[in-house]
Design a protein around this ligand. Structure first.
Ligand code: HEC
Ligand code: HEC
Ligand code: HEC
Ligand code: HEC
Length: 199
């Protein structure tokens, strides 16, 4: 347990408001664990993947999803709030689903940002997104046969990015009151959750 905590705390500065009760970052009461599981629409064993010899979950043992859950608690629940000062909980973003970011773009329509935003502003914004995620334009956009970018065309990553623009950026602030940008959570990496780093 101590080892897991040290790994987690080593990931970054714990924002003001993150509390630890008896070495735990999260409230580990049965009631809260049930609430968390319901917020994500998963069973206890989604996160508590390690089993004891008798087949029961080893709640103490570290796992990638436990690590991810602690990341969410420290950086999102304790690190962010709504612009009118309301605290976030797991349900606020998850709404009963572990993987809730839309990825299926088969029915998505081409975007029309160019009609709503000056070209220079679009490029300034796109450059900032590139930097925040550590990716190229091609991470989200496809090219036409003549090699020119077709930025209005839907793609999986563009759909995910649009969701974050609509639901996170502008709708959240940090606990210190500064606006949330892509970089607040991404800090230069498209994938950053422990679930995907293989740690
Ligand atoms: C979304 C992931 C997640 C789900 C789902 C989840 N837990 Fe947990 N659980 C954690 C994490 C993370 C910790 C460690 C928290 C910490 O150390 O601050 C933990 C800790 C615990 C502990 C304390 C273990 C110790 O180290 O003392 C118990 C007991 C527990 N969970 C039971 C449950 C039960 C029962 C359920 C189902 C109702 C459940 N958990 C569902 C993530 C989860
Ligand atoms: C500010 C929004 C936000 C809040 C608040 C939040 N999460 Fe998340 N969480 C995300 C996003 C975004 C993902 C990635 C979802 C996806 O891949 O579709 C995620 C993914 C996860 C995953 C990985 C799920 C999987 O099966 O891949 C776990 C575990 C998790 N969150 C736990 C929690 C817990 C526990 C809380 C509350 C302590 C919490 N989250 C609060 C945004 C949030
Ligand atoms: C992380 C994903 C992501 C990256 C990287 C990205 N974009 Fe975009 N881009 C989007 C999304 C999402 C939209 C649509 C926004 C909307 O509809 O409000 C968009 C829209 C655009 C548009 C306007 C298209 C329209 O809807 O009319 C242009 C032009 C554009 N991007 C150019 C670029 C360029 C050039 C780069 C590289 C410097 C880039 N983008 C990098 C996600 C991305
Ligand atoms: C509140 C935190 C938060 C904010 C703010 C945020 N994101 Fe994300 N984003 C996540 C999480 C969590 C994931 C899942 C990362 C993982 O799987 O490791 C994710 C994943 C993504 C992905 C998919 C990456 C992949 O490789 O699968 C894209 C694209 C993305 N975000 C774009 C953006 C853009 C563009 C912005 C700014 C408009 C933004 N995000 C702002 C939390 C955030």
């Amino acid at each position: 347990m101590t080892k897991l905590l040290l790994i987690v705390l080593g990931m970054g500065v714990v924002p003001a408001g993150a509390h630890t009760d008896r070495g735990h970052v999260m409230d580990t009461s049965e009631e809260n664990m049930e609430r968390i599981a319901a917020s994500l629409g998963v069973r206890c064993t989604h996160c508590h993947t390690v089993r004891r010899p008798d087949g029961k979950p080893d709640f103490n043992a570290p796992s990638l999803f436990k690590h991810t859950a602690v990341h969410m608690k420290v950086h999102f629940v304790d690190g962010l709030k709504t612009p009118d000062g309301k605290a976030l909980d797991c349900m606020y973003c998850h709404q009963g689903s572990a993987r809730f970011i839309p990825r299926d773009f088969t029915n998505a329509k081409p975007s029309n940002l160019s009609e709503r935003m000056p070209r220079r502003e679009i490029f300034r914004r796109m450059k900032a997104i590139e930097k925040a995620l550590g990716v190229d334009c091609e991470f989200c956009h496809v090219r036409r046969e003549d090699g020119r970018l077709a930025p209005e065309q839907p793609t999986r990553h563009k759909l995910m990015a649009k969701y974050m623009m609509d639901h996170f950026e502008g709708s959240l602030v940090t606990s210190g009151g500064t606006p949330v940008t892509c970089g607040t959570c991404h800090a230069g990496a498209a994938e950053f959750l422990p679930r995907s780093t293989g740690e």
